[in-house]
Design a protein. Structure first.
Length: 226
């Protein structure tokens, strides 16, 4: 069967429309995916910022200037500072460079920097004579809420509004003590096996498992003035 068009112009118009439809149908969508649930419109996330310090390997050990720089790192990374920071020590695979990195790690740990905070890596591209100490800071992202508003009375579609969940996420981000917990769970510390054994022994005997009461904690209301 042969199709005949009434005019050449109509044939050209239909052919152009068909090509446009094909081209439009194959374009990839660049819009972000829709949230799975209304409560996932805003997520708690954290950003990290690296502040590097480059120290030259000295045959005699850590110099006075290097010690002052490491003291500044320790003042922020020490567990007593209670700051969400990590320390990375990057060396080359050269034995002397790795030994210098271990010396720096020991210097920091001797100034109240926890071993869980310090990590050391060997990178092939790292210069042999340089040890890089990265101070990594973490910060929770606080979303900006209320930038635009919509008609909250328009509930005919039964869909969440654009700011739904933003305030809760912003409040939680402001209260997070350690933003690193948003990415990975905190490392569990070993328990006190001796304390557990003592508690279980008292529990089996029916004894009180709490610590002994301090007599100085007893209080009484003064009766001098009635």
């Amino acid at each position: 069967m042969t199709l005949r068009f009434a005019s050449p112009a109509l044939a050209i118009l239909l052919a152009t429309a068909g090509l446009t439809a094909c081209a439009t149908g194959k374009q990839a969508s660049i819009a972000p995916p829709a949230p799975l649930t209304p409560t996932s419109q805003f997520a708690l996330t954290a950003d990290s910022r690296i502040e590097p310090i480059h120290l030259r390997v000295n045959p005699t050990g850590i110099s006075a200037n290097q010690a002052r720089a490491l003291d500044q790192v320790a003042s922020e990374a020490a567990w007593t500072a209670n700051q969400p920071v990590d320390v990375q020590i990057i060396t080359s695979p050269d034995p002397a460079s790795m030994a210098a990195g271990k010396a720096i790690s020991g210097y920091l740990m001797g100034r109240d920097v926890s071993s869980d905070t310090v990590s050391q890596y060997s990178v092939q591209s790292q210069p042999v004579e340089i040890v890089t100490v990265n101070l990594i800071r973490y910060r929770a992202n606080v979303p900006a809420c209320g930038q635009h508003w919509e008609n909250l009375a328009a509930t005919r579609k039964n869909s969440p509004f654009a700011n739904f969940g933003c305030a809760v996420t912003a409040n939680l981000a402001a209260q997070v003590a350690d933003p690193r917990d948003l990415a990975n769970p905190a490392t569990a510390t070993p328990g006190d096996a001796a304390r557990k054994s003592a508690i279980l022994d008292k529990y089996r005997k029916g004894e009180v498992t709490s610590a002994a009461k301090d007599d100085q904690s007893n209080g009484a209301i003064a009766q001098a003035i009635k």
